[in-house]
Ligand binder design. Structure first.
Ligand code: SF4
Length: 238
């Protein structure tokens, strides 16, 4: 079993409801979307090599084998770590690899996904302990098929919830994002046991009053709303 991997490293989880925890990150290569705020552009295309950020770093060759990934995770894992984060790029491009990883990895899995493809989410949901799933906004420019993207994202969130996964739904907020847009997104999540995280895009100047109104309208539809900026960006770490 092989997958195209951009890098593996240990760091602080910088987003969502588990912010501040130490995770080992497995960053897959490739993504079908093109968000304008993307901070992992380098991981959207497949490179011939994958860097394991041990000290000193080591290099694996793509596509990387499951045993090589499992060994790298163990090299990076230490007592402070709580999850292996599957990130990207888009990890759901590799459902077979995730299934095999879940079978052999002794650590809990945290999935960071844009929610597509939904068919992959259905296959791997039972292997995931915690998931952070995006809902993209039209102004993110992620795709020219926006309606279809949101449908898939909501279906992925429902599939994860139905499997008992702890789910955080992340919405990146831009300076241009309207309060009404946040209410529309929150209304799609009505009655789901999720936490909605509003994440101001890195470098965005946010108005406190507008953020408060966004949180208010979202809280009319979902039980838990948080505003969480990217901690790793603030700390300037990977
Ligand atoms: S889904 Fe993630 S990796 Fe893909 S373009 Fe958007 S921000 Fe970048």
């Amino acid at each position: 079993m092989r997958a195209c991997v951009h890098e593996l490293f240990s760091s602080i989880q910088g987003e969502g409801t588990h912010v501040g925890e130490w995770h080992v990150f497995l960053r897959f290569s490739g993504c079908p979307l093109r968000c304008i705020y993307c901070d992992t552009v380098q991981a959207r295309t497949v490179r011939s090599s994958c860097v394991v950020h041990t000290s000193p770093p080591s290099v694996l060759h793509n596509p990387v084998g499951l045993d090589e990934v499992l060994d790298a995770i163990e090299c990076l894992w230490s007592t402070r770590c709580e999850f292996v984060s599957l990130t990207g790029g888009e990890p759901l491009l590799y459902p077979d690899f995730i299934l095999a990883l879940a079978e052999h990895c002794p650590h809990p899995l945290y999935l960071e996904t844009s929610g597509v493809p939904h068919s992959s989410a259905l296959r791997v949901a039972h292997t995931i302990d915690v998931a952070a799933c995006d809902i993209k906004l039209r102004e993110h420019g992620a795709t020219s098929h926006y309606g279809g993207l949101v449908e898939q994202e909501i279906a992925t969130i429902r599939a994860l919830v139905e499997e008992g996964v702890e789910v955080c739904v992340k919405v990146v907020v831009l300076e241009s994002t309207e309060v009404d847009t946040i209410e529309q997104v929150a209304s799609l999540l009505e009655k789901l046991p999720i936490t909605l995280v509003l994440q101001p895009a890195a470098g965005t100047v946010m108005d406190m009053e507008r953020l408060a109104r966004m949180a208010d309208v979202a809280a009319e539809h979902v039980e838990h709303v948080r505003v969480v900026p990217q901690l790793h960006t603030l700390l300037n770490i990977r």
